[in-house]
Ligand binder design. Structure first.
Ligand code: MN
Length: 131
């Protein structure tokens, strides 16, 4: 079995790459191009994990994380930042906004899905993580 994953990312190329990689290894993916659409999709859906960019138009990833973690129905779902912000202070700010983890851009296609799988329970990991 694999997972149902929501990806929130305003850059179409990055979004396409993440969706392609996750689907290639068996995950089911829904995507959103900005923070509000992402929150709306999360509220309507039943995802196992959410990946979100930080710098986006409208509400950014920090605000998305605050609202997401304030929702009783959403707060236990792993919310992972995928961002090029890579300074030590950025990481602290990302985690204190409510994100459960952090993946760095640029996305490395050879590692990305295994890194995402690490935030999922064993039975929802993709075949990228199976021996
Ligand atoms: Mn962005």
């Amino acid at each position: 079995m694999a997972a149902s994953i929501l990806v929130v990312e305003d850059n179409p190329q990055n979004l396409k790459l993440m969706v392609y990689l996750l689907e290639s290894f068996g995950h089911t993916v829904e995507s959103a191009l900005d923070g509000l659409s992402g929150l709306d999709a999360a509220m309507r859906g039943n995802h196992d994990l959410v990946l979100s960019d930080i710098l986006m138009p409208g509400i950014d990833g920090y605000e998305l994380a605050r609202r997401f973690k304030a929702e009783e129905r959403l707060k236990s779902i792993p919310l992972i930042a995928v961002t090029a912000l890579a300074m030590v202070g950025d990481r602290d700010r990302v985690l204190s906004a409510g994100f459960d983890g952090y993946l760095s851009k640029p996305i490395d296609p050879s590692k990305f899905v295994v890194e995402v799988d690490a935030f999922l329970p064993d039975d929802l990991r993709s075949r990228a993580s199976r021996k």
